[in-house]
Ligand binder design. Structure first.
Ligand SMILES: Cc1ncc(COP(=O)(O)O)c(C=O)c1O
Length: 421
């Protein structure tokens, strides 16, 4: 009896001891795999292979997918391209944005939101994000507008729709284009309006981690056929559709998409609504439970959001918590957690366009102007959406792991503050 009690005590101690320190991990099972596919992808690929038509211009699989994706997002038309970065570049070129122009983007985003602007010769201007949604702050956009501003690229961070009424009002009153970076927002909606309801160009990515994927891929949604025609030229070496006379009307490039990949995406799109509904449900359960832990908060889902696809579950740890330790400890518990994006103003690629002697001043200026972004950069972590495609037990395990790590007495959990005198 005594031996059994002792065994129980040892087991409970082992369960509480962090896995990073040799304790028992909360999880030993894997979360659902990503990407997901079944025989329908197999068949779609074989069909293209056996058709003998492997090129966009010869096979209608790309156009079929474009129509399906545009219809699903309430857009007039779509153009699939090689990847999400290229989609943003083509959008900027379609609106005629280039050298001498400024484009406002959030300071907290994946680097491509800035690269696309730099790659067309324009200048990205960074704006801080809101502390609850991590989306670009409409109020702060206003202060960043200059006579050179031509466009705003709001990012639907992790799929949480931006405050589009406010952004649209600002854009209209200053005559600016809006290009939505919807790389995280397949099927996202606000008051039941999807990305295509916004009547401007929206750009998607189908890279391997995304909510639908063919390994690589990108797409632009348009509110009108005319815009698609211009974009088509830029993505097709300047050449119109069905041209047989070697007309090259603009300085374009080759961003054409492959029918093989489009055929995969047509199948992926069929699963998206159900997967989004599951991630939305699990994301809200996770956010509710995480809010009960004192040293961490999760991206909020505002009440007007009708579909939050949770491309990522993003969390911010209190400033006294050692982020790198928490990520390593969660990984050891079996949770696929990662550090959040670094703020753009720390990246060599962003600073490249400034003179060497100005770089540290630019970083310092943006660090001061973007306190929320700066906090996410040092204290933010994220979990990939595949973990939200699991069942109740999977979500419980994420919550239990956060609780276990953040309430532990491990000496590395807190950031050691330097003594000041
Ligand atoms: C917000 C955002 N924009 C743009 C992109 C670029 O997409 P791609 O990787 O397909 O070029 C990504 C990709 O991760 C992204 O997260």
């Amino acid at each position: 009896m005594l031996a059994k009690q002792k065994e129980g005590e040892i087991m409970s101690l082992m369960n509480n001891k962090l896995a990073i320190s040799g304790g028992k991990a909360v999880r030993t099972r894997e979360f659902p795999a990503w990407p997901q596919y079944d025989n329908s992808e197999n068949k779609a690929l074989i069909d293209i292979l056996e058709s003998g038509q492997w090129w966009r211009m010869a096979n209608n699989a790309v156009e079929v997918f474009e129509k399906e994706f545009a219809d699903y997002h309430n857009a007039s038309s779509a153009l699939a391209v090689s990847n999400g970065t290229h989609a943003l570049e083509v959008a900027l070129k379609t609106y005629g944005i280039g050298a001498g122009d400024e484009v406002i983007i959030p300071a907290f985003t994946f680097v491509s939101t800035a690269l696309c602007v730099q790659n067309v010769g324009a200048k990205p201007i960074l704006v801080d994000v809101d502390a609850d949604t991590f989306n670009i702050s409409p109020e702060k956009i206003l202060a960043a507008i200059t006579p050179k501003t031509k466009a705003i690229i709001p990012v639907h961070m992790a799929g949480h729709f931006v405050d589009y009424h406010k952004i649209q009002k600002i854009a209209e009153s200053h005559n600016l284009f809006i290009i939505q970076d919807a790389a995280h927002a397949h099927g996202a909606s606000i008051n039941n309006n999807k990305v295509g309801d916004w009547q401007n160009i929206a750009c998607f990515s189908f890279q391997n981690f995304k909510l639908m994927t063919a390994g690589e891929g990108g797409l632009l949604l348009f509110p009108s056929e005319e815009l698609r025609e211009t974009a088509f030229l830029y993505h097709n070496c300047g050449r119109p559709q069905n041209d047989k006379q070697y007309q090259h009307l603009v300085v374009g490039s080759n961003y054409r998409y492959s029918p093989f990949l489009a055929a995969i995406l047509s199948q992926q799109l069929k699963r998206l609504p159900e997967q989004n509904a599951l991630r939305h449900k699990n994301g809200l359960i996770l956010a509710d439970n995480i809010s009960k832990i004192s040293s961490v908060s999760m991206q909020q889902c505002r009440s007007e959001i009708t579909t939050h696809p949770y491309y990522m579950a993003i969390f911010i740890l209190d400033e006294n918590i050692n982020r790198d330790f928490v990520v390593a400890a969660l990984n050891a518990e079996g949770i696929p957690a990662f550090n959040a994006y670094k703020p753009l103003y720390y990246l060599d690629s962003f600073l490249h366009d400034f003179a060497d002697e100005d770089k540290s001043d630019i970083t310092a200026m943006y660090k001061k102007a973007c306190p929320v972004t700066d906090t996410i950069g040092s204290q933010g972590i994220w979990i990939h959406h595949r973990a939200l495609l699991g069942n109740e037990q999977d979500i419980d395990d994420i919550i239990a792991s956060f609780n276990k790590v953040l309430t532990s007495s491990h000496s590395e959990l807190s950031v050691k503050k330097l003594e000041t005198c």
